[in-house]
Design a protein around this ligand. Structure first.
Ligand code: ZN
Ligand code: ZN
Length: 414
């Protein structure tokens, strides 16, 4: 039989129990989600340590694990995922950084790491900055790509350098002086030099650009700095380890935000960003459901990523997180529940909406398949799924369990 698999990833879905809002329940435990829970009753459940017990996963490492790739072996830093996700064709050895277009004062103090999340004029500045980029390329014999993403976000790729090991200058803090890029090893001296030249030139150029006068007239802070982080070098996954070769499943990854699409591309999955998928609370969940159903005909496994569960936790909004989960159930899950043979629901990590940060606590997991050893778990939630038959597993095991549900498990022995 040709099974069709849906793998739903609710970013940062696990949480802390919250006495103030839910009498000690987590947002997922408090949410009313009849569609998910109905399927949960016929599923096998468990808890997942996406990376490992006691380790706080990033969204990047968490996703690598869920896709069946040991993050300790395959993780190379965030920059390359952002670059791949924005459609840049990376070459082996390329060095990539995540960029925040930011506001820095005359004396070098970081005023706003995100330039008020307002991207007015950034494209114009980048397009006019090209001449200076060419000079830097010539001076250091490198190739430079700068690309804007959503809002204040972007990527910087440099081709022709040896080492990506430099100290990052975006420390997630404001009202501090912006520091110079420093090499962390001998071979990274040139990398630091190129970056410092580029960033200094960008500041001088952008700060005096007429767009920033317009921004001022609009009551906006200037965009005049590129804060870089997520330093990484592109070392492609060997061909025989790419997703299809490794698991013999044709897969696609549906998401709104570039980084997730980038992780998927890195392991060889096809990717799709549906219309209206924004990676925010306002994302169109209906559009995502329709996309998942449409892609099912072409693919064996359709990964679908939903981001806002994590964002709302970072913003410390547990009530809104609970409401959003209810929307996922109604707008997304009700539409897809009967369209696939196998449905997996889990997350890439837990995010505490009390602390506003990722936590190492395990994430609930349910795997529905037509023939299974369904357990006694009736609700998809942290303190229900722990009684499930799948037990407590690591993120990389999920894909192996899926293979076992379709008769493709690895055979060892005679
Ligand atoms: Zn995440
Ligand atoms: Zn997060």
């Amino acid at each position: 039989m040709n099974y069709k698999i849906l793998f739903l990833i609710l970013d940062g879905i696990g949480d802390h129990g919250n006495r103030e809002l839910f009498y000690g329940k987590t947002p997922l435990e408090a949410a009313k989600k009849p569609n998910i829970d109905k399927l949960c009753r016929n599923s096998e459940c468990g808890l997942v340590y996406p990376v490992d017990i006691g380790v706080v996963p990033g969204s990047d490492t968490g996703h690598l694990a869920l896709l069946g790739y040991d993050p300790y072996k395959y993780y190379r830093g965030r920059g390359i995922f952002e670059a791949l996700g924005l459609g840049i064709n990376l070459e082996p050895g390329d060095i990539a950084f995540r960029v925040n277009f930011a506001t820095v004062s005359e004396d070098g103090t970081i005023l706003d790491r995100r330039a008020q999340r307002n991207d007015f004029g950034i494209e114009n500045i980048l397009s006019d900055f090209k001449g200076i980029v060419e000079n830097v390329e010539e001076e250091y014999n490198v190739e430079i790509i700068i690309k804007k993403g959503v809002e204040h976000r972007g990527v910087l790729v440099i081709r022709g350098l040896d080492s990506e090991k430099v100290k990052e200058i975006d420390k997630h803090k404001e009202n501090e002086k912006v520091s110079k890029v420093e090499p962390l090893e001998e071979g990274a001296k040139k990398t630091a030099e190129v970056l410092n030249t580029l960033l200094e030139n960008f500041y001088k150029f952008a700060n005096n650009h007429e767009i920033n006068k317009e921004r001022k007239n609009l009551g906006l802070l200037p965009v005049n700095y590129m804060l870089i982080r997520g330093s990484s070098k592109f070392i492609p996954v060997p061909e025989k380890e790419l997703f299809y070769e490794k698991y013999n499943l044709k897969g696609i990854f549906i998401a709104g935000a570039p980084m997730y699409l980038g992780v998927a591309k890195y392991v060889g999955l096809d990717t799709y960003k549906p219309p209206g998928a924004t990676g925010t609370v306002n994302t169109s969940l209906i559009s995502k459901a329709e996309a998942a159903i449409k892609k099912r005909d072409e693919y064996d496994i359709v990964f679908t990523h939903i981001k806002a569960t994590d964002s709302l936790s970072h913003d410390r909004k547990p009530k809104e997180k609970k409401n959003f989960i209810e929307r996922v159930d109604e707008d997304f899950f009700s539409r897809v529940k009967e369209e696939f043979d196998i449905i997996v629901v889990t997350g890439d990590h837990s995010t505490s909406s009390i602390w506003g940060m990722h936590i190492p606590d395990p994430v609930p997991l349910m795997i529905y398949s037509p023939i299974n050893r369904k357990d006694s778990v009736k609700n998809f939630a942290e303190r229900k799924c722990h009684k499930g038959i799948l037990g407590h597993i690591k993120g990389t095991s999920i894909i192996k369990i899926i293979l076992s549900k379709i008769g493709k498990a690895e055979w060892f022995g005679t």
